[in-house]
Structure formats: C-alpha cells, structure tokens
Ligand binder design. Structure first.
Ligand SMILES: Cc1cc2nc3c(=O)[nH]c(=O)nc-3n(C[C@H](O)[C@H](O)[C@H](O)COP(=O)(O)OP(=O)(O)OC[C@H]3O[C@@H](n4cnc5c(N)ncnc54)[C@H](O)[C@@H]3O)c2cc1C
Length: 183
C-alpha cells in the first residue's frame, strides 16, 4: 500500500483511491493491517480514512489492462477502454478515449473509405505510448518491498530536486495520448 489520492466533490462528498499491491488481497486481514500501518505512518491518510475499514467500507477494484489486436472490422470499431483498457497510472484512459473519438469523427467526416484502418493507423502508436505508463506501474507494483519501499520516496525526492525532469514527465503524461505528442 503506497498511495492514497482523494478528490473533493460538491455537496460534502469525496472520492478516494488507494493503490494496493494485488498479493495483499490474499487475506482481508492483511489489507486492514496494511491500512492501519499506512494510517499510523501518514497522519493525512488517517484523516481521510477516518473509521472506514476493509472490506466493509471500501470497494476492491481489480485493474486489468491490455491492447486489442485490432481496432475493428467492417461495420464495427472499438474506441476507448474497449480497444485499450489501461490502469489509472498517468491518467491516460479518458484522454485516450476522447482522442480516439475525435479521430474517428475526423476520418468519418473526410469520407475515408478505409475508416477502421485509417483510425488504427493514426491512433495505435499514441495509445501504445500511453500504455507504457501502465506497463511501468505494473512492473513497479510487482517489485519486492525491499526495492519498492525506498524507490518511491527516492523518485519523488529526485523529481523535487530536478524540476526539469518533473516537467518532462508531466509533459509526457499530459500529451502521450495525442497523435503527435509535444516533445
Ligand atoms: C480508478 C480509476 C482512475 C482513473 N483515473 C483516470 C484519470 O485520472 N484520467 C484519465 O484520463 N483516465 C482515468 N481512468 C481511466 C478512465 O476512467 C477510462 O479509461 C475511461 O473512462 C474509458 O472511457 P470509455 O468511454 O472507453 O469506457 P467507460 O467509461 O467504461 O464507458 C463505457 C460505458 O458503457 C457502458 N456499458 C457497458 N456495457 C454496456 C452494454 N452492454 N450496454 C450499454 N452500455 C454498456 C458502461 O456502463 C459505461 O458507462 C481511471 C480509471 C480508473 C478505474
């Protein structure tokens, strides 16, 4: 358990996400123990979690991801998660889906006869680029604790120290899904 993100919404409600490594779910008690440890080490986590406990008050969402072999066939095409489901890493999924839809609209309006092929030609490289973030997150989450535990704070410290590196990473994540990413 290494990340908690919370988002305030109107009317006094909020949404939260806790990244948890899959193997922890082999035993519900281990999840609760990890939550207790996480809350004890970071006061803000305790504040956000309050009295919520696993599994009664928290939903377990299993993330799977992958890239379809083809984006469609005569008369049908796949866009968004149906073509390339991603993990939440780097916030790519909704952006990829919208970029797909824009390209499909552009191609349809240009009366292109090979719609599926042209759509896939334009979107597959960008979607493959976005999926690198899910691959990185999956590799990271599979690392043993003794590597991952010091790696995450070190990575944040490095990014904090070299703002240009941080800016590059931010630029990559905010443009990877575009047909032509901003370098
Ligand atoms: C925890 C989490 C955090 C995320 N954070 C981000 C983020 O910060 N930024 C970002 O860009 N992306 C993020 N994503 C990814 C993003 O949510 C998805 O990639 C995006 O919603 C995909 O859009 P979509 O329209 O392809 O699919 P969906 O949003 O899944 O829409 C598909 C719709 O089809 C409906 N449906 C399914 N089957 C049927 C049926 N048989 N008949 C009728 N309707 C049906 C579903 O109910 C659903 O409403 C996140 C995903 C998760 C899980």
């Amino acid at each position: 358990m290494f990340l908690l993100a919370g988002l305030a919404r109107p009317s006094g409600i909020a949404a939260g996400l806790i990244a948890v490594r899959p193997r922890l779910f082999q035993n519900d008690l281990d999840v609760q123990l990890a939550l207790d440890e996480f809350s004890a080490s970071v006061p803000q986590v305790a504040q956000v979690l309050g009295s919520r406990r696993f599994p009664t008050d928290l939903a377990h969402v299993r993330v799977s991801w992958g890239h379809a072999a083809r984006y469609g066939t005569e008369g049908a095409l796949l866009i968004g998660d149906a073509a390339h489901a991603v993990t939440p890493a780097g916030g790519q999924g909704a952006n990829m889906a919208i970029a797909d839809a824009r390209v499909v609209a552009e191609i349809a309006l240009s009366h292109e006869s090979q719609l599926v092929q042209e759509y896939e030609r334009r979107r597959r490289p960008a979607n493959a680029r976005s999926m690198r973030l899910s691959l990185g997150a999956t590799i990271g989450a599979a690392m043993p604790d003794w590597i991952l535990a010091p790696l995450i704070p070190t990575a944040f410290r490095i990014l904090n120290r070299w703002p240009k590196l941080f800016a590059r990473g931010l630029r990559f994540t905010s443009t990877a899904f575009l047909d032509s990413p901003v370098e």
